[in-house]
Structures are given as C-alpha cells and as structure tokens.
Design a binder for this molecule. Structure first.
Ligand code: AMP
Ligand code: MN
Ligand code: MN
Ligand code: MN
Length: 276
C-alpha cells in the first residue's frame, strides 16, 4: 500500500517548512505521494516538484481554495491541477487579493479588543509577500503572550463572536470548482467536520457540492473524530464522492498529525487516487 498525504502547507502560505523541507520530511516519513496544497496559492509547486524528483516521491500539484458558502468559510482542495491554467491562476489571484485588506481589518478588530499593532506583528511571521492568513496572527498572539499555543488561539480569537473575527467574501463554490476543473483537477471538500453544520445543513452542502461538479470529500483529517470519519465515509458513498486523506500538516510543533501519519481509508469508499 502506497502512503498518500494529500493535504499540506509550506512557507508559500501558512506552513513553517519550505517546499523543499516539506518534501524531504515527507520522504523521510515514508510518504509515497504528497500533495502540496497551499492556501489559494500554487507558487510553491515548482520547488516542491524539483525536490520530489530528487527524493524519489510523487508530488501532486494542489491548492486549498477559500470559499464562502452561506455564512461560513469552506475550504476546497484542488488536486492534480495544471498549475499553469489561466482560469485557476486568475481565480486564486482574485481570492488572494482580498487578504491584505482583511488582515488590516483583523488588526483593527484586535486593537479594539485591547491588542495593539497586531497587523504589523502578524506581518513579521509572513513568509510569502503574496499571502497573509489568520495563522500569522495566531503566531503573533502566541509570541506576544496572549495565548500559549497557536492551536489555542482559535478558541479565544479570530473566530466568529471573538476579537479578531471579521466577515469576508471569498470565492463562491461553483466558481472554485469550475476553476479546478478548468485546470483538469479534482475538487475535494476539505475537513468537512470543521464546519459545525448539523446533519441537514451538511447534506445540503454535499448535495450542492456534488451538483456543482465536486468530486470528493476529505474523509480522513486530523480535524475528524473516529465517528466523523465513519460519518463522512457514509456520506461519500451516498453522494457518490471519492474519499481523500490528508494530514493538513503546517510544520513541526504546530500540527497534531505528522506528514503521512493518517490511518488507511475506511473500507467501502473509493479513494480519490483510484484512477491516478
Ligand atoms: P485564513 O485562511 O486566513 O482564514 O486562515 C485559516 C488558517 O488558520 C487555517 O488554514 C489553519 O491553518 C488556521 N486555523 C484555523 N482554525 C484553526 C484551529 N481551530 N486550530 C488550528 N489552526 C486553525
Ligand atoms: Mn492553514
Ligand atoms: Mn483548511
Ligand atoms: Mn489546510
């Protein structure tokens, strides 16, 4: 059985490792097929591909697209895309374009809650001038002593109802899926268990995702409990979606799951890689 890890981040978005370091670490951990899926970004893929060739592993060209659906943010993984596709490149550029102004509003919101200079503080953690994310604010809030660890930030800050949360319009779901398909890729709904949807809303989302041409759902994710893994495996079968697996790795000390450390997919689902 080949070891697949189809969700990871590098310094081209909010990961801590460069594409080269990420690919090397994956190879050391026994990953045979790695997808680099930086947020709204493809710029790390060329370096990752070169290192994958050297390390003898397969690199899947990917990205993780930010999407607004109803009042929430979804993440849609693009897997096996053509990174030169103009429709996808333009779509991602449009998503990224809103991030700086959003980050300044996050800074304003934190300032109103008594935490000054957070935008400048977050900028110090940015590793690609093309992309700032909440993760960079989380690292600032830890460094400034407001929270102990990055993962704990998202209970007290940066989420709906808490300081540092701002509304933002990302891409719409049909556009995101169309860009991925224009680039010959597969569209996979990332970590569905993170969206806090009740059963009816989740089924409505999956029906809409499927109707818009969506291909798969990420069944195995460190965001999911064992019960959620079983639930999303069931949804994959019912909605005719293929199943994906990824560690969502962001770097040493920041991720609960190591590269390639996901268990095998549950029985009865079709893996996203079945025709690769
Ligand atoms: P953004 O795309 O700017 O909204 O930032 C989203 C990123 O914040 C995610 O990709 C994660 O890296 C991080 N994040 C969001 N929620 C959590 C959480 N509960 N625990 C750890 N990281 C989180
Ligand atoms: Mn992230
Ligand atoms: Mn995500
Ligand atoms: Mn991710």
């Amino acid at each position: 059985m080949l070891r697949y890890d189809l969700h990871s981040h590098s310094t081209h978005s909010d990961g801590l490792l460069t594409p080269t370091e990420l690919v090397r670490r994956s190879a050391q951990r026994g990953v045979a097929v790695l997808a680099l899926t930086d947020h709204d970004e493809l710029s790390g893929l060329a370096e990752a591909r070169a290192e994958a060739r050297a390390a003898g592993i397969e690199l899947v060209a990917g990205a993780e697209l930010s999407v607004s659906w109803r009042s929430i943010t979804l993440h849609v993984l693009a897997l096996r895309v053509d990174p030169e596709c103009p429709a996808l490149c333009d779509g991602l550029a449009a998503i990224r374009a809103g991030r700086s102004a959003r980050a300044q509003r996050i800074g304003d919101s934190l300032a109103a809650a008594g935490i000054p200079d957070a935008y400048a503080g977050a900028l110090k953690f940015v590793t690609s001038e093309r992309l700032i994310s909440r993760t960079h604010f989380a690292r600032f809030l830890v460094e400034a002593g407001h929270v102990r660890a990055t993962k704990d930030v998202f209970q007290r800050y940066l989420v709906p109802g808490k300081p540092g949360h701002v509304e933002h319009d990302w891409a719409v779901l049909p556009d995101a899926i169309a860009w991925i398909h224009a680039a010959s890729g597969q569209a996979v709904l990332a970590h569905p268990g993170r969206y806090k949807l009740d059963g009816d809303a989740m089924r409505e989302l999956l029906a809409e995702f499927r109707a818009a041409g969506g291909d798969g759902i990420e069944v195995l994710s460190p965001s999911h409990s064992a019960a959620q893994v079983a639930e999303f495996a069931r949804h994959a079968r019912v909605f005719g979606l293929v199943a994906s697996s990824g560690s969502d790795y962001h770097g040493p000390g920041e991720s609960s799951c190591e590269l390639g450390a996901m268990p095998p997919l549950p029985a009865g689902v079709a893996p996203v890689w079945q025709h690769w």
